[in-house]
Design a protein around this ligand. Sequence first.
Ligand SMILES: [Zn+2]
Ligand SMILES: [Zn+2]
Length: 454
Amino acid sequence: MINFTNLTTADEIGANSYLLELEGSRIVLDAGMHPKKDGNEAKPNYGLIGAADPDCIFITHSHLDHIGTLPVFQDEYPQAEVIMTEGTAKVGDAMLHNSVNVMTSKRMAEGIIEYPFFTHGELERASHAWITRPYDEPFRTGYNGSVLATLYDAGHILGSCGVLMESSTGTTVFYTGDVQFENQTLIKGAEFPQSGVDILIMECTHGVTERSADYTRQKELLRFATAIREVLEGGGAVLIPVFALGKSQELLCELGRFKEKKLIPDVPIYFGGLSSKITQVYDKLSDSTPRLNPGFRLRDHVETHGLPKQGKGPLIVSPGNIYLVSSGMMSEHTVSYNMAAQVLPHPKDAILFVGYSDPESPAGRIKATPHGQNVKPAGKGQGYPLLCRTECFDFSGHATRSALLDYACRLSPKTILLVHGDTEALASMHAELTLRLPNTRVIVPPPGKTIRLD
Ligand SMILES: [Zn+2]
Ligand SMILES: [Zn+2]
């Protein structure tokens, strides 16, 4: 018997987690925390797993929407084997310790009594039980070792993987996790199985958006460098809001290259906090994880200036500097959010967006505001006139819609489950795949429901 239960609470990119019952083995895929919800609402619906411990859990990568509630899961189901790559374990540890701090501040500021979900000490104990596995080497897990599993490089961030699981009767299930098939700057594109998959569980982040036909990463990088140069030469400062994990390291590397190639002037780059901690892990694993430039260490090539310590007041924006700071969506109480008030009213400065922003996030609000009008990044307060330059660039760590469709069609599995996308993305992928693969059962698994797959 094969069953799939979607443990998320809505069709969205939230607290990703799924239960797969594969011919006698109970397997959980990811243990996310919702990026926009708080307290118990930010957890997956672990109650649906039931009383019996699952045999194992796979963590595909260390973004919090995939690993954020892992210690909560481990507390509930201590017997389950916890499996991930070494990169995910190292980065995940830094991400989760940071998350304890964020949850603790939220408890104090907003009175969310469930926070923190776990303490630093509990996390440390939980992380001792993590089992790391290399890419491309099959190993046994599941009930009585009845599942043969292999982790494949997913090309999304350091350590990211897709998981192939084969049951004792030979049924194969492949879960992509978050995937990027194209090379980024540091991280190589995914190397996924190209055949022999019966059931495909696929992410759909870009399921509805089509990139323009003439896009190339090289052209986009050149456009990015040109914008930075124009702002700096015009006497302004450049604010680049980025996610601390993944985009920060990829773009820091590019800024170093821009300077080497003299595409931008040699100005100070401000960079710090969690992004710096994670960059250290990227550097430490530069020889032992798949890279476009094995052995390349960011710290040896790009000089950066740290951010003021917590409680030392906001970072003062000065002309002629680049600020590569988190968060990517400029969420409240983050460095990029706190800098917005200083940058928005200044015509010489710029905010350069380098990825997706939720429309309700401060970054989303700024993107949607016409130049010259007033913008309230947090929807409260008096707001600021949007007089600085704003521009959007596409350096996504996720596969394009057409790459996802091509991959699914190449595998042509018996069943496809579409996950990790908003409602429109899931519906659009469902419609297209149903058309292209008439012999495949294409399913959008509803949150909270169990689907029989055999
Ligand atoms: Zn991710
Ligand atoms: Zn994700």
